[in-house]
Design a protein around this ligand. Structure first.
Ligand code: 5AD
Length: 468
């Protein structure tokens, strides 16, 4: 039976898509190779969000082509996902040894295409057309594939994004917003819990827009609409479709923790804030992409909120759930960003005190409005702002990590640490990684540890103090 190696670039959605493709191939009899050189098929699941990510995957493919020509003629090479979607056939024109280009609505067709390529029935396949209902086709999980997936799993709830931020290529790579139904998602979560999963992260490019365009009948298809649902899809308690989904997942017995990513700040209505207080399984962590602290830049980005609005959301969340971990994404050097605009981002970061922040240098993406905007910021200024903001957010993050020393926290143990298998790793409810001297009996357990010291973005805990 053929063997496959999948390398993933980019976000958690990509990791989830790769896992679903791997699970699908295993179900069809393929095996998972340990290395690229041992594989009959190598697939790169790509990211297009910044130019750097695209370059990395293209360089990797060039190397793979070189090695395959020399050592492994007949090896099948393919691009999957976002860059496959946005560049299509162009990828084969550039590197004619590539056999497969599979877009973001076609992951579930991987096995059928690979079978044909391996059997020599077709020479090249480019499949990037939109496909109705593809959002519900990413279902398979590799629960026994790794320690992590057996305790904690990702579930894709929707695809695409209609927000059209001016810097962002995602509407072109993932398409229009399409949501799965609540009963369909809940059924997948139940299956996972039955297989030992205790934590589920609901995934989508803009999860807070989940189900927005569904009627109640569509949202609850197959199950009948619960009594308190109004005609607009918002229930009689004012809960949006997303909060209704959170409630439905929350009701699954045996599930301990729920997370979601990525939301949009405008989706933090009072119903979602109240859900944090009301639903104990909903972990107190939120990744809320800020992008900029300047109202002028937020407007040019087409983000749909102001810095005041953002601050108000953070304040509401901290009031509902003191200790909530709040992380963010920020872009520096967006076209037209002046020194004053950047100062506003710095002082907003200082004001919010993020638990962690991912900083990105603006990267022009083709066919996005921002790429054509005047006053593109020179590369060295983007670098300098990146450096300054990183120093600030890292200093704040380190101080916030230190505040954990001496505290007792609940962690869900995922398994041996990748870097040092003698240590075990778990996560706090607020999504911080904790390392401790554990053993196989801890795996999959919720347990309390006392934090003794901190490392770089890691906490070190001692379970022996309280878990005898
Ligand atoms: N340039 C730089 N960063 C970007 N992001 C999205 N598009 C771009 C771009 N063109 C960042 C945003 C987003 C994160 C996933 O990637 O901060 O939240």
């Amino acid at each position: 039976m053929p063997s496959v190696f999948i390398k993933t670039y980019g976000c958690q959605m990509n990791e989830r898509d790769s896992e679903a493709v791997a699970a699908q191939l295993v179900a069809k009899g393929y095996s998972l190779a340990k290395t690229e050189s041992a594989a009959d098929v190598v697939l790169l699941n790509t990211c297009s969000v910044r130019d750097f990510a695209e370059q990395k995957a293209m360089n990797k493919m060039k190397n793979l082509v070189g090695t395959a020509r020399k050592d492994r003629p007949g090896q099948i090479l393919g691009y999957l996902g976002c860059m496959a979607q946005s560049r299509g056939r162009e990828l084969i024109d550039k590197l004619p040894d590539v056999d497969l280009v599979l877009g973001t609505q076609k992951f579930h067709r991987a096995a059928e295409h690979l079978d044909e390529l391996l059997a020599g029935k077709r020479d090249k396949i480019v499949d990037v057309a939109p496909e109705a209902k593809s959002e519900a086709a990413i279902r398979e999980h590799l629960v026994n594939g790794s320690a992590k997936t057996s305790v904690s799993a990702f579930v894709s709830i929707m695809q695409g994004c209609n927000q059209h931020c001016t810097f962002c290529i995602v509407p072109a790579t993932r398409g229009e917003e399409r949501s799965r139904t609540i009963p369909d998602i809940v059924a997948e979560c139940r299956e996972l819990v039955a297989r030992g999963v205790r934590e589920i992260t609901l995934l989508g490019q803009i999860v807070t827009s989940y189900g927005k365009r569904f009627s109640p009948a569509e949202l609850w298809e197959g199950e009948g609409i619960p009594a308190n649902r109004g005609a607009s899809g918002v229930d009689s308690c004012g809960n949006s479709a997303f909060v209704q989904l959170l409630e439905a997942v929350h009701a699954i017995g045996g599930l301990d923790r729920i997370r979601f990513t990525s939301p949009h700040p405008k989706g933090y209505g009072d119903d979602l804030v109240a859900a944090y207080a009301r639903l104990p399984k909903l972990c107190e962590s939120a990744h809320i992409p800020l992008q900029s602290g300047s109202d002028r830049i937020l407007k040019l980005m087409h983000r749909g909120y102001t810095r005041e609005k953002f601050l108000a959301i953070v304040e509401k969340l901290r009031r509902a759930k003191p200790g909530i971990g709040i992380t963010t994404d920020i872009i520096v050097g967006f076209p037209g960003e002046t020194a004053e605009d950047f100062e506003m981002t710095l002082n907003l970061a200082r004001e919010v005190q993020f638990d962690n922040a991912y900083i990105f240098k603006y990267s022009p993406r083709r066919d996005t409005p921002a790429a054509e905007m005047p006053d593109q910021v020179p590369q060295e200024i983007r670098e300098e702002r990146n450096h300054r903001l990183l120093e600030l957010v890292n200093a704040i993050a380190a101080r916030k990590y230190d505040e954990f020393i001496g505290r007792q926290v609940e962690i869900l143990v995922e398994g041996p640490s990748k870097k040092n298998p003698a240590r075990y790793t778990g996560r706090t409810r607020c999504n911080r990684i904790v390392l401790f001297d554990g053993s196989a009996r801890h795996q999959g357990q919720l347990m309390d540890v006392k934090i003794e010291r901190t490392g770089s973005f890691t906490l070190y805990g001692d379970p022996a103090v309280i878990n005898l």
